[in-house]
Design a protein around this ligand. Sequence first.
Ligand code: 4AD
Ligand code: MG
Length: 461
Amino acid sequence: LITVRELYKHPEEHLGKEINVGGWVRSLRDSKAFGFIVVSDGSFFETLQIVYHDTLPNFAEVSKLSVGTAILVRGTLVSTPQAKQPFEIQAAEVTVEGTSSPDYPLQKKRHSLEFLRTISHLRPRTNTFQAVFRVRSLIAYAIHQYFQERDFVYVHTPLITGSDCEGAGEMFQVTTMDLNNIPKTEDGRADFSQDFFGKATNLTVSGQLNAETYAMAFRNVYTFGPTFRAENSNTTRHAAEFWMIEPEMAFADLDDNMCLAEGMLKYIIRFVLEHAPEEMNFFNQFVDKGLLDRLHNVLNSEFGRITYTEAVKILEEHNDEFDYKVSWGCDLQTEHERYLTEQVFKKPVFVTDYPKEIKAFYMKMNPDNKTVAAVDCLVPGIGEIIGGSQREDDYGRLTSRMDELGLKKEDYDFYLDLRKYGSTRHAGFGLGFERCVMYLTGMSNIRDVIPFPRTVNNCEL
Ligand code: 4AD
Ligand code: MG
């Protein structure tokens, strides 16, 4: 079988020749002596038109086909310079592989994204989701290529872990214990010592702590895998299961971190514009009208940079426009992040040096003793897509920060060892993969960029 992609990429090699294609019927039109079938085979964003005549032995059967049917077609590819599509197939034979029952939900009309979310097993057959999930696949490929070209080692960090990297307590527990009969310790807490791993475990919220150990051996590494957060945030940009890319570099500081992040995002944008032009034009036309202009502008300018303290000064002047008022020390909300990147900078911006109280224990303390060497990258339309930092590499400062926060040092022995045996400055970040897909496609809900979304009250399929 030849793919529709191949026909579009190299039509001259197939025009006038007999070819075989397979695909699913998107729409049909028929009249007495002939008819048209539009099929998609998923290999390419464009569809393929089949023309058939009453010379087909099974003309009656073919005229009655319904949307969604899987067919095989043998026929000749002919060019159609007057028509919308560049060519069509004149069918000599149409074989029905599998009929589609008349209650097929994807009849030819526009369906809302909300409705399509209720049929996540069928939605990849629509234009929008064909485009989204091909671009998602390409972004993943581009990310690997970016890091591999720079000799970063891909590390597979575990999904089940005993630690809480971000210290936010937003973890899904993993246990084999009978939930109706959990043994208790003397002080009345759940006792996991008899559990599978002999201790309490959870799904990882980040591979960073493990990645740091490999950065101290390979210098430059990255992870790319699923992460889990039991955040009770029912928003358009939070998922309970999402993918994260976490590079970690030894002998690197916050500035190196920002250069790597900016280079990565620009690389991904260029890659997708080059490899998925049809899909990107579709998004620009039907999903987000300014998308292509915006992405081209990103390629032609440098990301903005501002400290948290400077950002708060700007935001405080606009407090009357915010639901949640800003003052130094507060965590920035999505509305503030979007204001900075959409109104102030009008491009991606790095915000650095946040108050230590609102950031994780592992971030390097700045000389002011109040802020840490953290960086978030904010983009228009979304807000934060990257969170990162330079790591505290000093044993004494790290342990005293852990004491302040009441973290149990014995849970972090491996992490502290890195500060005992050849410690060096190092930095890394986490890119939220779904937020990155949203940014590049203009899709506005995280549920529409992950094949089977897991969000509050939703774990279908
Ligand atoms: O800012 P976060 O929490 O940073 C970390 O996890 C660090 N350990 C990363 C590192 O330095 N190696 O998360 C990183 C990114 C966020 O910027 C956001 O894009 C994404 O992960 N993210 C989510 N995406 C979807 N749904 C959620 N619930 C997310 N939580 C974070
Ligand atoms: Mg963050």
